[in-house]
Design a protein around this ligand. Sequence first.
Ligand SMILES: [Zn+2]
Length: 324
Amino acid sequence: MIDQELLDIVGKLQIARFEVIYEVGSYGVNLPPYKGSTIRGAFGHIFKMVACTCGSEDHLDNCIYQYIFETKPPENSEVLKKYESIPRPFVIEPILDPRTYFAPGEKLHFAFILFGKALDYLPYFIFTFQEMGKQGLGKNHHSLNLRQVFQTNLHHDLNTLIYDGEAGRIYNRWEPIYANEIFQSVENQYINNRLWVHFLTPTRLQKGGKYLSTAPQFEDVMKATMRRLTSILYFHQDLQFEMDFKKFFLHASKVELIKDQIEWVDWERYSNRQQERIKLGGILGKALYRGEIEPYLPWLKLAEWIHIGKNPVFGLGKIKVASH
Ligand SMILES: [Zn+2]
């Protein structure tokens, strides 16, 4: 179990997941099989136009674009030694529909998740998504109409209407989900000393300077989870916590990997900034672990929301834990 003191700190992390619903415009829309990079690319470009009013590449301290996309470390430079990198305070979860053409009138859903202080900027996200639809996505930039934005609940069901495109209104009635609620949502049915971890989008876990191309050991999954969690807490919610990580990972190393259906998938994205194709492969599939898993379940449940590994802003590293 997690001790109460730790729960009290980490449990304060605020998270909210929103689902965006577009209606495809009269020309249809062409998108690549994996849509995360296209959406993230267009979104970043438009967010900058909307939210950066600095007039130069030297952003002012209060620039919202800078906070969301280029979060700066606090004055104390020591912290960067402790944290591997500064995570973005959001994740875009693309639809996992491999189709590359969507007909006029079809609905296109995807989600985004905000952490900590980024929640204050929700209206900027909604406005940017609306603009992104108008300016168009994919090849030929065909337009999409932003119809609705919902907040989803703990089980990812569409819950609260936040934006109504027809009325042109943003409703200020959403509430963050606290990590504490996610910890409490852990269901006992998973606990039988066996647990499947599903890697739903390409997951890029590093070990010894290389990306893992086969099923990760349980310990590697936990290391990636805690690395991501501690840095999100520190940079986006001003929270730090102490725990005996050595012991925590030592115990995790005793959980065995007993079966897997994992494959490496190569996925490329085109970088406008670097004017080249960048390889962003990762592992996909599922792995079965056996051992004393219960103490790790709350953390893994949280990992479902924050994603793990490299490049989560594109939707990579989405995991799910399950009994099968
Ligand atoms: Zn700026």
